[in-house]
Design a binder for this molecule. Structure first.
Ligand code: ADP
Length: 482
């Protein structure tokens, strides 16, 4: 990997403003999921180093929270600018460790930076309230204060944005944060730390610890100094972390799995629906928690939609993310490929028809062809589980109430999408879908200005938007007798 600025490739952890090896000296090699070539290595840290990072965050807290919002915002703004200045390097690093095509990686760097810019601005808008007194001599106020020391555990599918979406509101609010990035994508996280250091964010305010997920996770959850944990990842791990945080009653934000329905009604603009489905399904090779997992198409337009979707899929190019024109990179690892294959085999064995793709791509390794299945029904695994890969199952439906019931028939409740033009239908379906986010006539809903998050088994809390900073603030009611 040849970066313009090779000092962004950090192979040590960033704790208390220092670049450190693990106490044990142990390191783990990180490989490119497309080529299996080793990129570099990072320290395998555990409980002791995590404790040190938490102590540093505690030590840094008073001075950081004492800065004015404008002063914190200025440092965050510099961090934001540095991300954009190094967009190409960060994108190449991300493609190399995560696999997504370079254009998508550049887009993610901009998206990641946008959270820092947004929350640098929001820092100044942490307003309180005054409440008319309940007695003549009483004056009541509500002020908002930072939660304190916080922690984040993040996934590999968005190696930069999942960190900034947590760290930016935390730091803006006056919290300090210790981050444990995904083991597959530590370099992007460490590069963010390098840029935070260059931006003048004081030591201890933002630390990154790589290594043993269980050891680091246990300490982040059980240490009473940490007052909040924000996690993005799978539902089972989210539940486990919540249990581990229970004894110290931490605040929690959990952004967990999804099983997004994507519904196309008879009156939809089919070309637009195909375009939306391509983004909602095949972006990041289908590895996003808001990816369309189940595509329901109404009977009158089913064949047309399937045919047009197949034509669009035929234009996708699978390959190494740094190659020109590649739209679909590798899956993150062999397990991810095995899951797509399992869902595909199960559906085919129960009567589904293969319309496109269906096998490992010729590029080899972790590459899977963008795939479409028709004649899919609810007995199949694809109806129940999140595939997290480039497999689009097309269900046929006729009745509106029936498709709403099917769409809601899942433990998850993150994102849902539908295409239709009848205004009454649009409102009815928007309100009936049991999801935290609904895209109507669009397949792309993520933005820093809107609240991202789910209900049911998809989690707790919201990230981004004016609501996102609230997750890092406590409310204090002051009752004054005059
Ligand atoms: P995925 O299957 O997409 O990797 P996970 O939920 O397993 O999703 O992982 C998301 C993040 O949670 C990663 O940073 C991973 O290392 C971390 N993680 C997984 N298991 C634990 C655990 N028991 N304690 C703390 N962190 C964990």
């Amino acid at each position: 990997m040849q970066l313009n600025d090779m000092s962004l490739l950090r192979q040590q952890c960033y704790i208390d403003g220092q670049w450190l090896e693990a106490i044990s000296g142990e390191k783990v090699e990180i490989a490119d999921p497309a080529t299996h070539r080793v990129i570099g290595s990072v320290p395998v840290m555990g409980t002791t180093e995590t404790k040190a990072a938490i102590s540093a965050a505690e030590k840094a807290l008073p001075a950081w929270r004492a800065l004015t919002a404008k002063e914190r915002g200025a440092k965050l703004n510099r961090w934001f600018e540095l991300l954009l200045e190094h967009q190409d390097d960060l994108a190449l690093m991300m493609t190399t460790e995560q696999g997504k095509p370079l254009a998508e990686a550049k887009g993610e760097v901009a998206y990641a930076a946008s959270f820092i810019e947004w929350f640098a601005e929001e820092a100044k808008r942490v307003y309180g309230d005054t409440i008319p007194g309940h007695q003549g001599d009483k004056r009541l106020m509500v002020i908002k204060q930072s939660v304190g020391v916080t922690a984040a555990i993040t996934p590999w599918n968005f190696p930069a944005a999942m960190i900034t979406r947590k760290a930016a509101p935390a730091l803006a609010a006056g919290c300090t944060m210790v981050v444990k990035p995904a083991p597959q994508t530590p370099f992007t996280a460490l590069a963010l730390a390098e840029l935070a250091e260059r931006a003048g964010i004081p030591k201890g305010v933002f630390s990154v610890v790589t290594g043993d997920a269980i050891g680091i996770g246990n300490e982040l959850c059980s240490n009473p100094v940490v007052r909040k944990l924000s996690f993005t990842g799978s539902t089972p791990v989210g539940i486990k972390l919540m249990q581990q945080c229970a004894p110290t009653l931490k605040k929690m934000s959990l952004e967990l799995g999804g099983n997004a329905p994507f519904i196309v009604f008879n009156d939809a603009d089919i070309d637009a629906a195909v375009e939306g489905a391509m983004i909602a399904k095949y972006r990041n090779a289908g590895q996003t928690c808001v990816c369309a997992n189940r595509i329901y198409v109404q009977d009158a337009v089913y064949d047309e939609f399937a045919e047009k979707l197949a034509a669009a899929v035929a234009k996708l190019k699978v390959g190494v993310g740094t190659e020109e024109g590649v739209t679909t990179g590798p899956l993150i690892n062999a397990d991810a490929v095995a899951k797509v294959q399992r869902h595909l085999d199960d559906a085919l064995s129960k009567g589904a028809t293969l319309l496109a793709g269906g096998k490992l791509a010729s590029a080899g390794g972790n590459f899977f062809e963008p795939t479409i299945l028709t004649s899919v029904d609810k007995s199949m695994l694809v109806a129940k589980e999140e595939t997290f890969g480039p497999l689009a199952p097309l269900f046929k439906f006729s009745d509106v109430d029936d498709v709403i019931a099917q769409a809601n028939d899942t433990e998850f409740g993150l994102a849902a999408y539908f295409y239709g033009r009848d205004i009454s239908l649009v409102w009815k379906v928007s309100e009936a879908l049991e999801y935290g986010m609904v895209g109507v006539n669009t397949g792309l809903i993520s933005t820093e200005v809107a609240p991202f998050g789910g209900i049911k088994a998809s989690g707790l809390g919201r990230e981004g938007s004016k609501f996102g900073i609230e997750e890092y603030l406590e409310m204090k009611y002051i009752c004054m007798s005059v």
